[in-house]
Design a protein around this ligand. Structure first.
Ligand SMILES: Nc1ncnc2c1ncn2[C@@H]1O[C@H](COP(=O)(O)OP(=O)(O)OP(=O)(O)O)[C@@H](O)[C@H]1O
Length: 615
């Protein structure tokens, strides 16, 4: 199994250091809880203290009761009088103590559940906020994605678990200390006997928690595949194809097989964990009964009163319980810490430096320049783009033409700064794109990608998403929809612009592929300030009339703007001022329609091929 471990188990001499090292997150978890709610944290501490001290007080009162009963019985035998109050006052006191313990326990669980809700929300928000600061490249990195999934799946409940256990530990430690005070009066060896009995269980717990965590880490890719299969098998956007191709049994079988492998590992670990827990737990029981026999012997020989015997037995029993609970809590804390280490690893992912601060370029009006730009995707062997140079001035249009996978979308991703070029540079208005303030830069670009997002929100909000400042501005929605040719069909929807889209929510309407594309196009038009418009195959799903109308309008409205267009339709491409034919990431031909036709190269050949197809 260890062959699959990304981190092999440390050698024995480092185990202790590794074991202690994982506790470094306890302090941070406590700080997190403190920041989440001070009053609840203080409340927890107080309730913990009360619930910790009172059991020893109850045991001590138990002794007073028994001794008072014995004394009262003797007195009754001698004088015939009954001293009720001398006994009952202790009974009353014990009842009050037990009631207070119950109150403290309730207070603990109430505050814990409130804190759990607050903390879960806080950690989830932290995870999502961090996600917003990361680069696209990080999201595409599977190791990073693993961290994110693990953090989201587990870590939001772990900080409170850790804090609960810390408080539980404190409570048990207080109880133990107070029991210890009572026990030492019997014999200093007695507390030692208890500790010796419980230690082996603790060691085995710590070992198995570490194993469980390593399993959890190894499995990340499998668990992710499981989650993915669940999505494919049960989501409306994939179920259509899954059904038609009859993929259910195949995917379900794969899903089952993953479970079976994971279950076999779980089973092995659980059986070993519980088996060892039982065997080593017997040592604790043995220690307890040794102490029991000892106390009984001392009472029989008259060294202890009956009351003391009762108290010591209670203290032994409760003490042993508290001790094993503490040790299990420490084991659990170790486990929580391991999981938290994953959360913090994620939260501490370096955020790409966002050094740029320019809001205007050195030569306003210069437009976009690519200077010998090259780009290789992280982990890829071949560059996706190489030696790209071009210049696009305000008012000009550029069309990118090339086979699938030739690098067209990659060029757009570089222009929108989703990635940084690996070679060369891109200038906007004479200044390097990387030097621009990212908000200012993105404010100038209106873009629709091939795989635009279909938000399960109102249709109006789907347009508003193009400009956060006008997210709910209905007048702007209408204007954008008109330009994107979406206004006609939106007007016919049951709730107009307020119609819910998608199937996830009640009353949600589904749109056709072409309608969705019109929504996406309108979304790009929401960016009124944008002077760079990028359309990555925006009309592939539209009917011919709609496409012609889109481009007529597009040309009208983009006279002073820069437009970049990716299309496989030459009827659309031919009107562009510049056409870039890309092949294998490099520029093959560059020029306008007339010059490319005259050159009689790849462009001319493809153009004629397509024109013939339409005849
Ligand atoms: N996120 C990514 N990570 C790694 N490689 C990628 C990524 N996206 C694209 N590629 C690779 O980069 C190359 C260029 O892809 P790109 O999406 O730019 O092509 P395209 O010209 O837009 O194709 P299409 O016409 O099919 O949309 C392809 O070989 C593709 O496999």
């Amino acid at each position: 199994m260890s062959s699959r471990s990304p981190r092999p188990a440390p050698p024995p001499e480092n185990r202790l250091a590794a074991f202690l090292g994982v506790f470094r997150y306890s302090r941070r978890a406590l700080a997190l809880v403190w920041q989440t709610s001070r009053s609840l944290t203080i409340g927890l501490a107080v309730a913990t203290l009360v619930a910790g001290v009172l059991p020893a007080v109850a045991a001590w009162l138990g002794q007073l009761i028994v001794d008072a009963v014995v004394a009262a019985m003797e007195r009754h035998a001698e004088t015939g009088q009954v001293a009720w109050w001398s006994v009952l006052r202790y009974v009353l006191a014990e009842a009050a103590v037990v009631a207070t313990i119950a109150l403290a326990q309730r207070a603990l669980s109430a505050q814990q559940s409130l804190l759990r809700a607050l903390l879960g929300q806080k950690v989830n928000v932290m995870i999502l906020e961090k996600a917003g600061t990361l680069s696209l490249a990080q999201f595409e990195d599977s190791e990073f994605y693993d961290k994110l999934t693990r953090a989201r799946r587990e870590a939001s409940v772990r900080p409170l678990g850790l804090v609960n256990k810390t408080f539980g530990l404190a409570q048990n430690a207080i109880s133990l200390a107070s029991f210890g005070v009572l026990l030492v009066q019997f014999s200093p060896w007695a507390p030692l006997l208890l500790v010796a009995g419980a230690l082996p269980v603790f060691l085995s717990e710590a070992k198995f928690s570490g194993d469980a965590f390593r399993l959890f880490r190894w499995r990340s890719p499998q668990t992710r595949m499981q989650m993915y299969l669940e999505t494919v098998l049960a989501r409306e956007d994939s179920i259509k194809e899954v059904k038609l191709f009859g993929l259910e049994p195949l995917l379900l079988d794969r899903y089952r097989r993953i479970f079976d492998t994971l279950y076999a590992e779980d089973r092995r670990l659980t059986l070993r964990r519980e088996g060892w827990g039982f065997a080593l737990g017997l040592l604790g029981t043995l220690a307890f009964y040794l102490a029991y026999a000892w106390v009984v012997a001392e009472t029989v020989t008259g060294r202890l009163t009956l009351g003391e015997m009762t108290m010591y037995l209670m203290v032994f029993r409760q003490g042993q319980g508290a001790l094993s609970a503490s040790l299990t809590a420490i084991g659990g804390m170790y486990e929580d810490n391991l999981y938290l280490s994953n959360l913090y690893e994620y939260l501490e992912q370096p955020t790409p430096p966002d050094a740029g601060s320019l809001t205007a370029g050195a030569h306003p009006g210069d437009g976009i320049r690519f200077e010998n730009v090259g780009f290789t995707y992280p982990g890829a062997e071949r560059p996706a783009l190489q030696g790209i140079s071009l210049h696009l001035r305000p008012g000009q249009s550029l069309a990118l033409v090339g086979a699938n996978g030739s690098g067209k979308t990659t060029l757009i991703k570089l222009l929108t700064r989703l990635y940084a070029p690996s070679e060369g540079r891109i200038l906007l208005d004479g200044s390097d794109l990387q030097a621009w303030d990212v908000q200012a830069l993105r404010g100038r670009i209106g873009v629709i990608f091939q795989d635009f997002v279909r938000y399960q929100l109102k249709v109006g909000e789907n347009l508003g998403a193009g400009d956060v400042a006008a997210f709910e501005d209905e007048a702007r929605w209408r204007e954008a929809a008109r330009r994107g040719l979406a206004d006609d069909f939106i007007a016919e929807m049951p709730g107009g612009y307020h119609t819910q889209l998608g199937r996830w929510f009640q009353g949600g309407q589904e749109l056709s592929g072409g309608q969705w594309q019109k929504v996406a196009l309108s979304r790009a038009y929401m960016r009124e300030e944008a002077d760079i418009l990028v359309l990555d195959e925006p009309t592939a799903a539209m009917d011919a009339a709609a496409e012609a109308a889109v481009y007529a309008d597009f040309r009208d409205h983009s006279r002073d703007k820069m437009t970049l267009l990716i299309s496989h339709r030459f009827s659309t491409v031919r009107a562009a001022d510049q056409i870039l034919v890309i092949d294998g990431g490099e520029i093959l031909e560059q020029g306008d329609h007339a010059s490319l036709m005259a050159a009689n190269g790849r462009y001319a050949r493809l153009f004629r091929l397509q024109a013939r197809g339409y005849e």
